[in-house]
Ligand binder design. Sequence first.
Ligand code: FES
Length: 65
Amino acid sequence: MNEEEILDGLKAICLCKGIRKKIFLKHIATGINTIEGLRKATGAGSGPCGGKRCTPRIAALLDEV
Ligand code: FES
């Protein structure tokens, strides 16, 4: 893993809960490949915004992988 990948993994996907991209990637690697599944596995979407901010980011991440 190069420096760029490490820094990329530190980007917050769910800002309310401070959940970083690398946590999502770990769960995606176990076979979770839906927004709902990732929300359940990580706790994303349970912050004050109710997932308004992170849901589109999770969707974009799933498109990216
Ligand atoms: S950013 Fe994820 S719940 Fe608000």
